[in-house]
Each structure stands twice: as C-alpha cells, then as structure tokens.
Design a protein around this ligand. Structure first.
Ligand code: FAD
Length: 317
C-alpha cells in the first residue's frame, strides 16, 4: 500500500521508522533485531536509506596510496523486499541521484516495480565524502526534482526509450525531503521552499522532514509550505538524542540547531545513560505536542537505537 493511502486512512497520528542497511559483511539479522521491538507500535511503513560509494585510500606495498571506491552499506533494495516478505509492512527504499545514470535509475525502478514495491523517497544524495560539492553522473539526475520527473514519467508509461511498445506504467507513490531549518546549500529559506514547491508540482506525493528538536521549526515550516500552496502531507522526522557527543555531531552532520534548553540539560548529565534519559524525555514531549497538533505520522530515524525509539513510542502511542 502507498504511504499516501496509509496517511489518508489514518484515524490519528501514524508511526513509521527509517533504518540503515547494515555495514557490508553484517547479516540482515541486525535489521530484524532493530525492528522486532518496534512491531507493537505497528509501523505503517519502513524507510530504508541508500548509501552511495565512498573513496578510501589503502597503502600499497610500494608505499603509494591506492584510491578505492567502496559502498559500505549496500543492500537497500534487498532489505526492502525482505521486510515486505517477512513483516508484510510497506517498505520505502530511498533512491538517489548520486552515482546513477538515468538509465540505471530506470532499471532500479523497474526492479522495485517487479518486487511489488510501490513507494520511493526521491532524494539527491550528498556529495561523496571526499568531494566538496555534489556532482551528478554525466548522464545522471542533477536534483531530486529530476528523479521525481523520471519516476512520474514512468508512472505515465514513458520510459527513456520512447519507441518501446506496450509498456506497463509503474505506480510509484513518491516522497521527497524537506528541511524545516533550510537545506544547507540553499541561499535562503525562500529559495529552498521555491524548489520544494517545484518538486511537489512535478508530482511528489508527500514530504518527510529532516530531524528537528524544536517543534516551532516544524510548525513554521508547515505554515510556510501551506502559504505557498503546498498541500501534501508533511511528515515530521524524529530523532531521539542518546549521547553527549550528538549535541555537536547532529548539528554538524544534519545542519540543524539544537535548542539551548536541551543542550544545557545534556551538558549537566554525568553519563550517556543520563543523556539518553534526557533525550527520551525531550522526545516524548516533542512527540506529544506533534500528535496534539495532528501531525500525520511520526517518522523515527532509528539510527541503530530502537530501544530509545521504543521508550518514546510507548509513551506517545
Ligand atoms: P534537492 O531537492 O535536489 O535540493 C538540493 C539543494 O539544491 C537544495 O539546497 C535546494 O534548495 C536546491 N535546489 C533544488 N532544486 C534546484 C534547482 N532546480 N535549481 C537550483 N537549486 C535547486 N541522503 C542519502 O545519501 N541517502 C539517503 O537515504 C537519504 N535519505 C534522506 C531522507 C530524508 C528524509 C532527508 C531529509 C534527507 C536524506 N538524505 C539522504 C540526505 C539528502 O540526500 C541531502 O540532504 C541532500 O543534500 C539533498 O537532498 P534533496 O533531495 O533535498 O535535494
């Protein structure tokens, strides 16, 4: 079932999660062990992130460095198929522009379609870690909107080779990313919202937000979206803060701000055990307010910490 159908049929705020594929070499069991404790909250859908290649340097015997391209977390499509098969829960694979030609994207979407996966989250992806900016493949998609356009075309039965006869259109529900605190490359919030609206006008069905720790940012973002005519559901992305390190790491990695009240509370903690309790309490309050204000769904970035998500969910749902 499509994410938008789940949202339409919901009688209240839904629960959903995002997981990361395991590091290469690890088995799928770690994924199941992360999901099993959350099943009691009946996740409506499970997003599986996509991780592009990274460059690593290896020392060769002759003293030179060898540059290698590796993907540390492959398996997005396989995990989605396994989750749908094992749990009968809708899986939402993330598809990205980076590292794919348009033809490879088309073939990946065909694979998803054959597997019965009718949801995708279409995003650009970040630059390769060692590169300063995002560079698309020579024949690849440049922005998330290009990916949306490609999926929408396939939904209308238009493939890259326009001479194909008797094609079966796909039927993807297309989610996209939105940033309550602005995407870090955007020169202004207004500019970012303009491109967000373009992605919606191109045929995206719903928005999932970057994580935020101050609900005011989400409420203002939703209002700003509505003001420019974006009417689709806007699903808040939620992260439970669990370690002291994260008060620096999360803003640096995700280009977000933490509220001073939360930073001060974390700084007073003497151990990560205390930080986790503080983070859980903060998140419970955040989620309760979002539910009270009719957020369509709470989408948890589990990031390998299902226990914290379970503790929050059991106080909210
Ligand atoms: P875009 O919508 O393409 O926007 C990128 C930037 O370009 C923005 O600043 C925007 O304002 C601007 N822009 C957009 N369109 C245009 C245009 N036509 N002309 C000029 N400027 C334009 N990354 C991964 O690698 N894998 C994942 O699985 C993943 N999942 C994510 C899930 C969520 C919910 C979120 C919020 C992010 C996720 N990311 C993931 C990170 C994401 O790839 C990065 O934030 C990326 O830098 C931007 O992606 P986007 O789809 O928002 O890009």
């Amino acid at each position: 079932m499509k994410v938008t159908e789940h949202l339409k049929q919901a009688k209240g705020t839904l629960f959903s999660i995002e997981i990361l594929p395991p590091l290469k070499g690890k088995g799928i069991r770690s994924i199941y062990e992360g999901i099993d404790p959350l099943l009691e909250f009946r996740p409506s859908f499970i997003d599986v992130t996509y991780h592009r290649e990274e460059y690593v340097y290896k020392h060769r015997e002759n003293g030179l460095l060898e540059k290698l391209s590796i993907r540390k977390r492959p398996g997005t499509v396989g995990i989605c198929a396994a989750l749908m098969n094992k749990y009968k829960i809708d899986a939402v694979p993330h598809i990205i522009c980076g590292g794919f030609t348009k033809e490879e994207t088309e073939n990946a979407l065909i694979d998803l379609n054959f597997l019965g996966i009718d949801n995708v989250l279409a995003i650009r992806g970040d630059a390769i870690k060692s590169e300063s900016g995002f560079t698309p493949e020579p024949d690849g998609n440049n922005y998330a909107i290009d990916l949306v356009n490609q999926a929408v075309k396939m939904n209308r039965g238009k493939f890259m080779d326009e001479e194909l006869m008797d094609v079966s259109p796909t039927d993807f529900c297309i989610g996209i990313a939105g940033y309550p605190e602005k995407h870090f490359e955007a020169p202004s919030m207004k500019s970012d919202l303009k491109y967000l609206k373009q992605k919606i006008d191109a045929g995206s069905d719903y928005i999932v937000t970057q994580m935020f720790f101050d609900n005011k940012k989400y409420f203002e973002f939703v209002r700003a979206c509505r003001d420019i005519g974006i009417t689709v559901p806007i699903v808040p992305g939620i992260k439970v803060l669990t370690t002291k390190k994260q008060i620096n790491l999360l803003p640096k990695t995700f280009h977000i701000e933490l509220p001073d009240e939360l930073i001060e509370a974390v700084e007073k903690c003497e151990s990560d055990k205390q930080v986790k309790e503080t983070g859980i309490e903060w998140c419970i309050n955040q989620c309760r307010e979002l539910v009270k204000n009719n957020a369509p769904c709470l989408h948890f970035y589990t990031m390998g910490n299902s226990d914290a998500v379970r503790r929050v969910a059991s106080n909210v749902f």
